[in-house]
Every structure is written in structure tokens, then in C-alpha cells.
Design a protein around this ligand. Structure first.
Ligand SMILES: [Ca+2]
Ligand SMILES: [Ca+2]
Ligand SMILES: [Ca+2]
Length: 163
């Protein structure tokens, strides 16, 4: 009997800590989303070379080709794991993101990514933001997309608070 009470007390304690951690997690999730949105917006402005308020695939691919050059330290036209490791801190959030993207871009899975593989692999936000799928993201589409991200993060935060 005592054992059961102790066990359920532990369970309650564990549950409430988990809940608190979850709420905190969700609060920082919103912060993360806001920061990420800012980054995406900056990226968008930088990619829109002809300043027509939209980023088309050509502009996006050109932008990624440039990012590729920054990683390709020895200039042989492919980026391998060592070159990525040299540029981004191992294990950091950014490192993980870059690595994920590289793995995805590495179509033939030979451990290195060519310029073509890299620049054709547009980040997920581009496809998601392109609501009418015409191959370009207008500022209005981008704003709606960033709004949706924020709302989603907010909803998750509220839900965690309610629990
Ligand atoms: Ca443009
Ligand atoms: Ca290289
Ligand atoms: Ca579009």
C-alpha cells in the first residue's frame, strides 16, 4: 500500500516536471520559430536579386550556389563532410541542420555533395511558402507562410500551458 502511494507520488512528480519541461520547451519553440522567421525573411530579401518582391527558383538556386562556394574550401566542386565540419561547429543546431540538408542533397549517397545536388535542393520553406506552386515565392506568400509558422508555435505553447 505504502509502496503504491510512494510510486504514484513519484509518478506525479515525474509527470509535473515533464509538463513544466514541455511548457518551457514550447515557449522556446516559439522563440526559435520567431528567430527562424527573421532569418528566413532576411534570406528572402538577399535572394531577391532583381528586387521584384518575389524569389523565383533561379534566384534561389543562384543563392545556394553561392552558399555552396563558401563550403567548398578546396574548390573541387563538391562539398564533403570534412569541409562541412570545418565550417560549422559539430553538434550545434546549425551544424545539425546543415548536415541534414547535405545528407538529403547527397542524391547518390557517396558522402559528398556536388554544386548541382546542393543548389537544386531548395530548403523546405521555399516549397512550403510557394502556396500556388508557380515556382516562385512572393513576399505575400512568404508573409502568410511565416504567419502560419508563428500561429502554429503559439498554439502549441498555449496547449502546453493548458495541460
Ligand atoms: Ca525576384
Ligand atoms: Ca571540396
Ligand atoms: Ca508562388
Amino acid at each position: 500500500m505504502l509502496r503504491t502511494a510512494a510510486a504514484s507520488l513519484v509518478a506525479i512528480l515525474l509527470a509535473s516536471t515533464a509538463g513544466a519541461a514541455l511548457a518551457q520547451d514550447n515557449a522556446s519553440r516559439k522563440e526559435r520559430v520567431m528567430k527562424m522567421n527573421e532569418r528566413i525573411e532576411k534570406r528572402f530579401t538577399a535572394l531577391d536579386k532583381n528586387r521584384d518582391g518575389a524569389v523565383d527558383k533561379v534566384e534561389a538556386e543562384a543563392g545556394f550556389a553561392k552558399a555552396f562556394d563558401r563550403f567548398d574550401a578546396n574548390g573541387d566542386g563538391t562539398v564533403d563532410k570534412a569541409e562541412i565540419a570545418a565550417k560549422v561547429a559539430k553538434g550545434g543546431k546549425r551544424g545539425e541542420a546543415v548536415e541534414r540538408r547535405m545528407n538529403k542533397a547527397d542524391g547518390d549517397k557517396n558522402g559528398s555533395v556536388t554544386r548541382d545536388e546542393f543548389s537544386k535542393n531548395l530548403p523546405r520553406w521555399f516549397d512550403r511558402a510557394d502556396a500556388d506552386k508557380d515556382g516562385k515565392v512572393t513576399k505575400a506568400e512568404l508573409d502568410r507562410f511565416l504567419d502560419r509558422r508563428e500561429k502554429r508555435a503559439e498554439m502549441k505553447t498555449d496547449k502546453a500551458k493548458a495541460n
